[in-house]
Write a protein that binds this ligand. Structure first.
Ligand code: UD1
Ligand code: MG
Length: 447
């Protein structure tokens, strides 16, 4: 027993909450304050679904990203303040400093910075798909290296029904790294392609971030007896931690580490929630500011960062259900089977102020593969085809996005309604994710 009790860990989480409030207020203030500066610099866009032609400042995600990254950097000393006070008063050896934790922070910030740069370049130069897809993969290398340094787990628990084939655990080895690298590209691009209506990008990011926060809170040691009481960790207690982790490979590492990882995730997600909330205010219908690709890339990378560093990438993917649906639906257009216009946003009818599904036109008759895929999609009600009355050849197809899908299934609606529908879907997706993760996991995984 040490002579002097170590002081309780300084409540970095409280600091993080304070920083998040700052993030919210700064974004709320700076977005309108800097809007005209962006317009003057040529960073502006026209709102495609309005009757008016005003210049709306674009790439305002750069302001959000700058505030976010600045606050993350200012925050770095806080999780280590406990150690710093110990090392001076108790004369602890400098080697004990948790260098590994620090490298987790630094590599995360580096990846987020790279995503910001890529997003901004995309806003300015409209980078081609084949060029921008690999960049997040490269940006994730620092994260993967840190994962590796921690003798990163590459085992996955095999679901019960197929265990007779593969056994309980399979080691994916390098494939697991490939999967994590792809996660960063998916997270960044999938948000970006549910876009074009006011509030869509930032509300996706906001709900995913809040879902991650909620998930992290489940892992804090609230109390030994009842999970939803005061978090003992904040009070300096060393509670035995009861975690609901079933899938998590982190279980093997002991609960203290699990708590630390989810705290890390909170430190990255809470200010993101602040920034997104502040920005949503200005991006809400009718939008006074556009996020640009910068916001999509920054938020997407932040999700990949916490998913990888805190070891919950599979749970994270569950929060992307609408994005996965939209991605699968988009594949024929993204991979060239079906023409992909520059904008796939719904069609705006100025007389009624309602949105309708927009269409892509075939200039040449579609290939046999495209026809089969589109007929299949149409059979499931995912798209609507216009065919030649005599030959039956497909002439037009509604653009393959979740937004057009809503309009097809529910009927024409206003832009604001469509955003609200997207938000409701995203929230339902997260609810489903929690049910699958914590409610149904026992069906496929034993405790
Ligand atoms: C993605 C989509 C594209 C969609 C576009 C809309 C894919 C493959 N790409 O492209 O189909 O049309 O987003 O953002 O699915 N805009 C609005 N209202 C908004 C937000 C944006 O009208 O609420 C318009 C503005 O003119 C703005 C432009 O969209 O200037 C920004 O488009 P950008 O983000 O550059 O498009 P991409 O991400 O390349
Ligand atoms: Mg975009």
């Amino acid at each position: 027993r040490p002579l002097v009790e170590p002081p309780p860990p300084l409540p970095a989480l409280h600091a993080s909450l304070g920083f998040s409030l700052l993030a919210f207020l700064w974004t709320l203030y700076l977005v309108p304050a800097l809007g005209q500066t962006f317009v003057k610099a040529g960073l502006k866009g026209r709102d495609l679904l309005k009757v008016y032609n005003d210049d709306i400042p674009e790439s305002m995600g750069l302001i959000c990203a700058s505030i976010y990254i600045l606050l993350l950097i200012l925050f770095i000393p806080f999780p280590f303040s406990h150690f710093m006070s110990l090392s001076t008063s108790e004369g602890l050896a400098k080697q004990e400093f948790p260098h590994f934790q620090l490298s987790v922070y630094l590599s995360s910030i580096l990846s987020i910075l790279m995503a910001t740069l890529l997003g901004f370049l995309d806003d300015v130069f409209d980078i081609r798909w084949r060029h921008k897809v690999p960049i997040p993969i490269i940006a994730s290398i620092p994260l993967l290296m840190v994962y590796y340094a921690e003798s990163g787990n590459t085992n996955v628990v095999v679901p019960l029904p197929v265990r007779f084939l593969f056994g309980t655990l399979i080691n994916l080895g390098p494939l697991y790294y490939v999967y994590m690298a792809l996660l960063s590209t998916f997270a960044t691009n999938s948000i970006n392609i549910i876009a074009g209506i006011n509030g869509s990008e930032v509300s996706q990011a906001l709900i995913i971030a809040m879902s991650v926060v909620l998930n992290d809170l489940l892992y804090l040691p609230w109390s030994t007896s009842y999970r939803f009481r005061l978090p003992l960790y904040l009070l300096g207690g060393e509670a035995d931690i009861d975690v609901g982790g079933v899938w998590s490979a982190g279980m093997a590492h002991g609960s203290r580490q699990l708590v630390e990882r989810h705290l890390l995730s909170l430190y990255f997600m809470l200010p993101l929630v602040g920034v997104c909330l502040g920005f949503l205010y200005h991006n809400w219908y009718p939008a006074r500011a556009f996020p640009g690709d910068t916001l999509c890339y920054v938020t997407g990378m932040a999700f990949a960062v916490v998913g990888i560093q805190a070891h919950f990438s599979k749970t994270l993917l569950l929060f992307f259900i609408p994005q996965i649906f939209n991605f699968v639906l988009s594949c024929p257009q993204l991979f060239g089977l079906v023409p992909c216009p520059r904008h796939r946003v719904p069609r705006f009818d100025a007389n009624t102020n309602l949105l309708h599904p927009s269409k892509a036109m075939f200039e040449r008759p579609p290939s046999r593969l495209s026809t089969v895929v589109l007929r299949l999609f149409a059979a499931f009600g995912l798209t609507e085809l216009t065919t030649h009355p005599k030959s039956g050849t497909i002439l037009e197809v509604t653009n393959l996005t979740i937004l057009n899908f809503f309009l097809l299934r529910i009927g024409p609606m206003s832009e604001k309604r469509l955003t609200q529908t997207l938000i409701a879907t995203q929230i339902s997706g997260s609810l489903l994710a929690f049910i699958v993760r914590y409610g149904l996991a026992w069906l496929v995984y034993d405790g």
